[in-house]
Design a protein around this ligand. Structure first.
Ligand SMILES: NC(=O)c1ccc[n+]([C@@H]2O[C@H](COP(=O)([O-])OP(=O)(O)OC[C@H]3O[C@@H](n4cnc5c(N)ncnc54)[C@H](OP(=O)(O)O)[C@@H]3O)[C@@H](O)[C@H]2O)c1
Length: 289
């Protein structure tokens, strides 16, 4: 299994994204637990979640609590798995998403997440999305305090541009561990941020690495070069996409979402795939789109 460093931790190169198990179209709990257990069986040691991964108002933390139950049922030790959560997004109802970057709220939300995850502190906590009503430095400043107070062990940001990454790195006193941005063959415009993270020694975590819920299945039809490589190797186009993302840098850790065991088992196997120079050449034009 390919291993990568994330701050002081070493994780499997492929993580599990928890969102499909808690939002629209989510499965029953038994299938979700089986999905998380399949990921652990496959060597996945990073699980991404957020307090906002839920469906109905009033059930904030649905996905965090689900993951915590799954880890207990599996008998996983706290050091075996890094659970990365986020706050700063809220779901007020009717399927809508809103942001709240108020520092006092972020500090309250982090403590609530830590409690749901069943520990005194969060392994990796990420600021979910900038709130245009709050200065970015103020929101990220809450994460600096959470680090100082030991409520979170590592701090990350999400949906950040290059200026915000540099600002967060500064506000956190060089303690920025990760940046989680959308990145896939269908969304390459955050390649600048991916490169900046390499320069700063910060992990880059592509979200929706297969193109997103409901679109991941046809990534090979939409992006033929990936399907060609997949057909030649006799593997799935999704595995080629993830292997390509891993090849973009040792700091890249994709987190494909899943709501069924077969999806994460297929995705996790991408950590073992090393694309050849010739294959990478075929896929290179993807970044020019
Ligand atoms: N920071 C942010 O703002 C943000 C935003 C969105 C997502 N995220 C995070 O990123 C994670 C991944 O993004 P995502 O879930 O939106 O999109 P994604 O990973 O691109 O796609 C998820 C879908 O892909 C399917 N899938 C996974 N592996 C597959 C495979 N090997 N072959 C075929 N289909 C496969 C899954 O199907 P099944 O459901 O049928 O298993 C799942 O529904 C999320 O779960 C979440 O943790 C973060």
């Amino acid at each position: 299994m390919d291993q990568r460093a994330l701050g002081k931790r070493t994780v499997g190169a492929i993580g599990l994204g928890g969102m499909p198990m808690s939002v629209e179209g989510r499965p029953d709990e038994a299938r979700s637990i089986a999905t998380i257990h399949a990921a652990l069986d496959a060597g996945v040691t990073l699980i991404d979640t957020a307090d906002a991964y839920h469906l109905h108002p009033g059930e904030a933390g649905h996905n965090e609590a689900l993951i915590a139950r799954a880890l207990v049922a599996y008998g996983a030790r706290r050091d075996d798995v890094l659970v990365a959560t986020k706050s700063g997004h809220v779901r007020p109802g009717d399927g809508t998403w809103a942001v709240n970057g108020d520092p006092a709220y972020l500090k309250y939300a982090a403590r609530a997440s830590a409690q749901r995850l069943g520990g005194d502190s969060i392994g990796l906590h990420q600021f979910h999305r900038p709130d245009p009503r709050v200065p970015y430095a103020d929101s990220v400043g809450a994460f600096a305090e959470l680090l100082d107070d030991g409520v979170i062990a590592m701090a990350g940001i999400s949906n950040a541009n290059v200026d915000q990454i540099r600002e967060a790195h500064h506000v956190l006193g060089g303690r920025l561990t990760s940046v989680q941005n959308q990145f896939s063959p269908a969304f390459v415009s955050s390649y600048d941020e991916l490169q900046l993270c390499a320069e700063l020694g910060v992990a880059f975590i592509p979200w929706s690495p297969l193109g997103g819920i409901g679109k991941a299945g046809d990534v090979g039809t939409r992006f033929h070069a990936f399907q060609h490589v997949a057909d030649a190797r006799g593997i799935s186009a999704q595995q080629v996409v993830l292997a390509w993302e891993l090849a973009l840098g040792d700091h890249v850790i994709p987190i494909p979402g899943a709501s069924r065991p077969s999806s994460i088992l297929d995705s996790a196997a991408a950590a073992e795939i090393e694309l050849t120079a010739e294959e990478l050449e075929q896929l290179a034009p993807t970044l020019d789109a």
